[in-house]
Design a protein around this ligand. Sequence first.
Ligand SMILES: [Zn+2]
Ligand SMILES: [Zn+2]
Length: 263
Amino acid sequence: MIANYHTHTVRCHHADKVEDAAFVEAAIGAGLQVLGFSEHAPWPYETDTWYKDARMDHAQFDEYVSAVRRLQKQYEGKIRIYLGLECEYYPKYLPWLSSVRDRLDYVILGNHWPETDEFGAKYMYYSTTPEELERYTKIQVEAMESGLFCYAAHPDFGFSSWQKADEVFETCARTICKAAKRLEMPLEYNLYGLEKADLRGHPGLGYPCAEFWEIAAEEGCDAVIGYDAHYLRHLQNTKYRDGAEKFLHGLGLNVLETLPGLE
Ligand SMILES: [Zn+2]
Ligand SMILES: [Zn+2]
């Protein structure tokens, strides 16, 4: 693994409180040649309650852009750094994303909460009814069809609380994988989800979800591995990365080393 496009910073309020450069040093230490910063998008919500522990503040965006651009120059020749965001699919706020898109190198899709200004909406991770799973699937497919995203981070996030790989699961998972194949959109195998499974377990199938990835393999999807690095240890620990490569190759999935179009 030579590239990771899924890295957070102290700005999201739930990552290591370290300088951005510490993530770059950890990436170099892990042998990466490419590091993408993809902080949680600072959507221009009508209230600021969402910012508390979920994402960088809207007012921090300019500083984030200049900080990562500075690192790009500082580490030139040592590691290639890219500037991105991890964004939910929020049609209401897409004008904001369009207005800043030119200042970014890439955007990855990371659905966590449904679109709303109301704090406390149900985290998609906790989807437990067929309606919620179908809604997650619909949003996931619409987002991929929007053409805004270069890959789908943790596409199986919405199945985390689902109890078994039944018909509802199979239909939803296959719908997402078929859309990814049709749109040539790589799906991310998320290493932070693997660590969470070890540390505290998931309420259901969890993410990454083996049954989802079996379907992704059947549908011929492309995979990328993402550290979803919130802590330096995520880049330093090679255990999950090595296991992921073995698992994905074992399923016969095509694992992309780097993102086409960006390199
Ligand atoms: Zn995410
Ligand atoms: Zn993330």
